[in-house]
Design a binder for this molecule. Structure first.
Ligand code: UD1
Length: 393
């Protein structure tokens, strides 16, 4: 291997792509600047998310190099996704054993590839370590716990995550506070997002008649609409919860202001299966969009009056952009984004009365952007500097 450092990084699902883009760029910059050791980087896509709009579109828009290996895992139960990823990834590691395997976030690929790499006696670094919802009903929490127990280096986004890791008995030398790599992408993309027009985003992505929807939204001023994203199994898979939420969105949110709802495939399937999709499509003040690109979502976030979401990453983006954010979950692994810590985020669970109170509260609030420590756009550089330092001299 000489004086090169071999790195394999892993992506699997949509929320991973914005975390890998800055890393690939920082590795290129390191090599282009004559940094030593030279880093040889290979990108592995497990293929958990495979629709163009959930995957390939992000590679193009965020300028991520094409994956060197695509494991093509696709949909399945958790055991199928994790098991098939492990089998396929083991071969990748045997063909080209790296000095480091880099995993990001909390999806099934993160956990599956960590276990595989450790069983091959390889070093693993986890980007976005230490986040805890303390709710093991969330598949992501299990992925986080397993990954952080095994990974050699734990790159954290904030000091709450550091404290979570310490409380689990993690030695200090494994913990590296580097900031939030998601914000590297947000900073790199916001000027490109700013000129996009909300009506164009709607026209190009509407599930129904884009022209009609765009025309209806053409007069909507900045700050005059709400955005909704929903995909957690706990919200969309439970037949006792989804109908109440949908009734609230139709009868109350859309009655108050236009609502742009970007539909995750899981949610679309559930709405279709329960016969609710047509009701939502027939609500004039709601526009349903297919999964949209990173930049388009950023643009909506930049001028939404309020966002209702159960996503992890959107809570963080709202914090930095200052968008009032109602999180439709009972807990968050990202408490740094909550109003108690200076962010814009209020937890409301999936109980309509709680959500109504949170929406009423946040509708009174102004945009107050807030950047936690080291959410400064330079996290990927810190990570690359650390990795290069592991082969110094
Ligand atoms: C996954 C992640 C979650 C992340 C989310 C973001 C895990 C455990 N969960 O959840 O952490 O917040 O992605 O999107 O890894 N589907 C498609 N096309 C696709 C991808 C999925 O139609 O490109 C369908 C699948 O067939 C499945 C459903 O969407 O029925 C859910 O996909 P799945 O990969 O199980 O997990 P997500 O809910 O997307």
């Amino acid at each position: 291997m000489g004086n090169t450092l071999r790195v394999i990084s892993v992506v699997g699902a949509r929320p991973n792509f914005m975390k890998i883009a800055p890393l690939a760029r920082a590795i290129n910059a390191h090599n282009a600047g004559g940094g030593t050791p030279r880093i040889e980087h290979r990108l592995v896509h497990t293929g958990q998310h495979y629709d163009v709009e959930m995957s390939a579109a992000f590679f193009d828009a965020l300028d991520i190099p094409a994956p060197d290996v695509d494991l093509g895992i696709g949909s399945g139960t958790h055991a199928q996704q994790v098991g098939q990823t492990m089998i396929a990834f083991e071969q990748v590691l045997r063909d080209w054993p790296p000095d480091w395997v880099l995993v990001v976030g909390d999806v099934n690929a993160t956990c599956a590839c960590t276990i595989t790499a450790k069983k091959e006696h390889l070093k693993v670094a986890h980007i976005e370590a230490g986040l805890r919802s303390f709710d093991q009903d969330m598949p992501e929490e299990i992925n986080r716990l397993v990954t952080d127990r095994l990974a050699d280096v734990l790159f954290t986004t904030d000091h709450i995550a550091d404290a979570n890791l310490r409380a689990e008995g993690t030695a200090d030398e494994r913990i590296r506070f580097v900031g939030n790599i998601m914000i590297d992408t947000l900073d790199a993309q916001r000027e490109l997002a700013a000129p996009l027009k909300v009506a164009d985003i709607i026209r190009d992505n509407a599930i129904a008649d884009g022209e009609e929807d765009a025309a209806r939204f053409a007069g909507t001023a900045d700050g005059d609409f709400a955005v909704l994203t929903l995909h957690r199994p706990s919200n969309v898979d439970d037949p006792h919860i989804l109908p109440d939420l949908v009734a609230y969105f139709i009868d109350e949110v859309a009655a108050r202001m236009p609502l742009v709802w970007t539909l995750h495939p899981r949610t679309r399937n559930r709405l279709e299966a329960s016969g609710l999709l047509d009701r939502v499509l027939a609500t004039p003040n709601i526009v349903l969009l297919r999964p949209i690109g990173y930049r388009e979502m950023l643009r909506l976030n930049m001028s939404a009056r309020i966002i209702l979401t159960d996503s992890g990453g959107i809570q963080e983006e709202c914090c930095v952009l200052g968008t009032p954010c109602v999180t439709l979950r009972w807990n968050t692994e990202r408490p740094i984004t909550l109003t108690d810590h200076g962010g814009t985020n209020v937890l409301a669970g999936n109980d309509v009365a709680r959500i109504r109170d949170a929406v009423n509260l946040l509708m009174e609030k102004k945009r107050v952007p807030h950047r936690p420590e080291l959410w400064d756009g330079h996290t990927a550089e810190r990570i690359v500097r650390y990795l290069a330092g592991t082969r110094a001299g």
